[in-house]
Design a protein around this ligand. Sequence first.
Ligand SMILES: C[S@@+](CC[C@H](N)C(=O)[O-])C[C@H]1O[C@@H](n2cnc3c(N)ncnc32)[C@H](O)[C@@H]1O
Length: 234
Amino acid sequence: MNRLDVIQALMRQKDLKNYLEIGVENGHIFFRIKSSFKVAVDPNFMFDTSRRIGKTLINPYNLTNQYFEKTSDDFFAQDAPSVFSQKKIQLALVDGMHEYQFALRDVENTLNYMGNEGVIIMHDCNPQTQGAAGRFEDWETGEWNGDVWKTVIHLRSQRPDLNVFVLDCDQGLGIVTRKQAGDAGPPSVALEPAPVFAPADINALTYDSLVKNRNKWLDLKPASFFYDYFGLQK
Ligand SMILES: C[S@@+](CC[C@H](N)C(=O)[O-])C[C@H]1O[C@@H](n2cnc3c(N)ncnc32)[C@H](O)[C@@H]1O
């Protein structure tokens, strides 16, 4: 299972259509989404007009895409109020700058424009090596997921109004939803109690400490938990 499977299952079975993607790159995921309300944000799109046209011929939903070639911080400061004035975000893929504070701002800003039933998917939440798990300035070579895992810990420990867990697939897909009445639910969808950290301490957490506490801190779930949590057909 990967992020596209998760997005498509939620769109088809939960009817969540209004889509925001932060960090789009070449549009590998974005152009495949079938929705007439899609918003792309990236300071450096890796596609040109001819690719946009080609992708529209393959998937006509791309005709109504809205593109913002800027950082997500600028997008939320300058454009989001008007873009989401009529339609709230129902699904968001947060996949921009993969650092703790950047991803945290992206999630918090997205929540400001997201309806109660909305879902945020965060990519790269479960790094497998120390080299992949740090800040961009410390990255040397190979896979880089960044320290988005700290954003997950932050949200789990500081936002009791949210449910946050990580699916163990596709580099770790963080799932963020608003808590709903009756969320205690059956044991099959139970979530781990959140870790308790002051925000100031989260930045200092090391990769070694993540390795020792991965399941608990991230609330790492098998990919199949996705279907149980949202009550979807496999
Ligand atoms: C891993 S790629 C995204 C991949 C894409 N979501 C996919 O699934 O195929 C990360 C992207 O984030 C973009 N990015 C970097 N800093 C950003 C920022 N401050 N705001 C928004 N996007 C940013 C980069 O330009 C890059 O294209």
